[in-house]
Design a protein. Sequence first.
Length: 413
Amino acid sequence: MVIPVAVLAVVFALIAVRQVGRVRLQIWQIMLFGAVAVLVTGQIAPIDALKSVNLDVILFLFGMFVVGQALEESGYIIRLSHRLFGRAGSSDHLILLVLLGMGVASAFLMNDTVAIVGTPVVLLLSRKHGISSKLLLLTLAFAVTIGSVMSPIGNPQNLLIAINGCIPNPFTTFLGLLAAPTVINLLLAYALLRLLYGNQFRRRLSDHSQEPIKDHGLALLSKVSVVLLVLLILAKIAVLFLWPLIDFRLTYIALISALPILALSPRRLDIIRKLDWYTLIFFAAMFILMESVWESGFFQSMIAGANLDITSIPAILVVSVLFSQLISNVPLVALYLPMLTHAGASTREMVALAAGSTIAGNLFILGAASNVIIIQNAEKRAGETLTFLEFARVGIPLTIVNTMIYWIFLALT
């Protein structure tokens, strides 16, 4: 029971410092070390390690990475960026647009999708307007986490709750209970970023020139892929409403969206070669380490021995925020959801689990997969990064405030 938890603690510590002597460590290397450690020490059998790797997530990320890479290689991402943010007259306006625009997009396109496509966009905006890349990366990370709270397809744990939590009309229920506090939390994120990065605000933006497309053929295929992505997600929403038992996976959406590029682009091999393979390694390693921690039963026994009223909204929010840092939010929901179901939890309590397990992503880097995608993407593409402390400096107070807002709306309104 002790070894997997000890390995997890070492992984957290290494991600916090990212340095051993003169060696600078990447997040994927640290997580891979954790997976190898539990395998070598016999804490998880090799066959169980293979089974623990969620191929749906890996294939979803692969498909979205293909689309994101094609958007960047073709230059079409620049065209999209200009259309979305070209009218911003100041850095204040731009950051607010990123927060609200990416936040709303993540609710319907899924947070990881927006994290993949949004990272090169904010790096371009940083370079073009001379705004701190750290500020814009934080803005994107908080936008996709907070925005994804209010939709049953905003992230994997919400989808799990919507399907297995006996929630009637998931879209209207999630939006009805969570849309207002989510918008408030996005605005509070803007206020906190402005407080902590005040020197980056109140700047006039003058460079709104539109750079030319670099590869028109690839840009056309990228556009087809984006249209396919939007249409397939709309189809998924319709399926969730009309035929909730049909298994229309997000993996299918990502792979079908990537198909025009993989099948028709003469640059397909170059695009595949340039994909962010290290992030895929990170997720495979994370699944193995988290499965080992899960099998130890350490955190399950902690929850069981805490004598909490597991159906109270404050307890749900606090437990899901804190334990999502340790075993990740999807395993946490997989553990907590049956407990709530057996206890006869109400719809509000189920939705509280979705809010808490999602907003946990704002606390620390490992609280959400989208954070890791953004940081690894930024390091690969531009050599830019966010340290554990830089993220936590904003994330800790923001998560406290976010959690209080959701508690007020879910418990007291």
